[in-house]
Ligand binder design. Sequence first.
Ligand SMILES: Cc1cc2nc3c(=O)[nH]c(=O)nc-3n(C[C@H](O)[C@H](O)[C@H](O)COP(=O)(O)OP(=O)(O)OC[C@H]3O[C@@H](n4cnc5c(N)ncnc54)[C@H](O)[C@@H]3O)c2cc1C
Length: 408
Amino acid sequence: MTKNAEFDVLIEGAGPAGLACAIALADTNLKIGIIEKGVFPRDKTCGDALSLDITNQLKQLSPRLAENFYASSKTGIVKGVYVCAPNNESFTVDLIQHGKPLDMHISKRIDFDYLLYQEAKQNQNVTFFEGEKATAVEKDNDNLTISNKNYNWKGKIVIGAGGAHSLVAKRLAGQKMNKNLHAAGLRVYYENVHFDEKTAHHLEFYFFDDVIPGYLWVFPLGEGKANVGLGISSKKVSKEKLNIKEILNNAIEKHPVLKEKFKNAKALETIKGHGLPLGSKKISISGDRYILVGDAASLIDPMSGEGIANAIRSGRYAADQIKKAFDKNDFSASFMKQYDKRINKLVLPELRASRLMQYLFIRKNKMNRIVNKEKRTGNIQEFVNIALNDPKNLNNTYYFKMIMSLLF
Ligand SMILES: Cc1cc2nc3c(=O)[nH]c(=O)nc-3n(C[C@H](O)[C@H](O)[C@H](O)COP(=O)(O)OP(=O)(O)OC[C@H]3O[C@@H](n4cnc5c(N)ncnc54)[C@H](O)[C@@H]3O)c2cc1C
């Protein structure tokens, strides 16, 4: 028999975006229902790299959550990046600030998302429905109803946080995949991967013909384990009819640097795939009684493929909008547009800048030239050192010189 449940706020999906929204609502009395098709602790196909902004976001979300994150033994520190160009030349950049690594981490999503989940569970007003996949969404006057064969969940407001395949984004916002702003991603965990001692905590990026302007990554998880994967533009995949699993396996077997690195390595799972809806274009991400967050709102950085920080950020912003909507008893599409405006003002410019950078720099000949030059001059390392340790010395002239030196 189908069960009925009613909530003030219904959240589709317990990824970083949906969970952040629930956590940010902990200071309200709102009744929150979270529908999640997985059962925690659950995996998510990802590179597991947590950018600098993520720790900022966690601190703003909940000091206790940030403390638990730092205390977790399952979190590794990032000390720099290694870049290998299509000509197989490479350079490394250390990310050291005042003698210490930056606040950047690597954490398997099965662990990271579980931390967020545990924090969200602290709120008595939150009810989780795990192992329940939402299959339909309907609108009536005062509610939205999400349902499947087991449940009808009613909510005064719905948060579409189902990620790249969000049902709410498709059904309520009418979203369709935009191949120009979409990437195909793969991930596979490996063990016995060889890391040089000096770069054992560096994120490794490999650029070559089949993947560019995307890349293949090897992110260290400690003790010779690694998260290995690639992200390629979906347009390129369909235009060139690419078999991306084959590209990944071939690179590991044949790429002159990777084949040495993986000589004794063993895959710990079959290759997993997932889509990346990339940001930079203004799209509608709210409407009558609903808000889209995270991947459902296409907020992934188009160059790096990072989306966790923006997922958490948008979850926080959605929570602010929900509080205002309940305060004013206004759930109309026009009122919800305040959320779109905030995202457009505070998130979109960064995504656009990133797309421009990708267009300017992530090309075969440019990458080859940048890597050759960096090996000779160390300009990028110098720039990073100043940016991290002495930012007042960075002025427009310096930026201009830096960009020119990379381009020409
Ligand atoms: C291969 C790959 C590598 C990546 N690497 C990185 C990286 O290193 N760093 C980074 O910052 N970002 C990375 N990203 C992007 C990052 O994974 C996403 O931006 C982030 O997970 C978005 O969070 P979210 O909460 O919006 O969605 P998700 O994390 O996808 O969470 C959505 C949740 O909704 C649930 N769900 C979906 N549909 C339904 C339904 N119908 N009913 C019930 N539940 C549902 C899912 O089970 C899931 O738990 C990568 C993405 C891919 C694909």
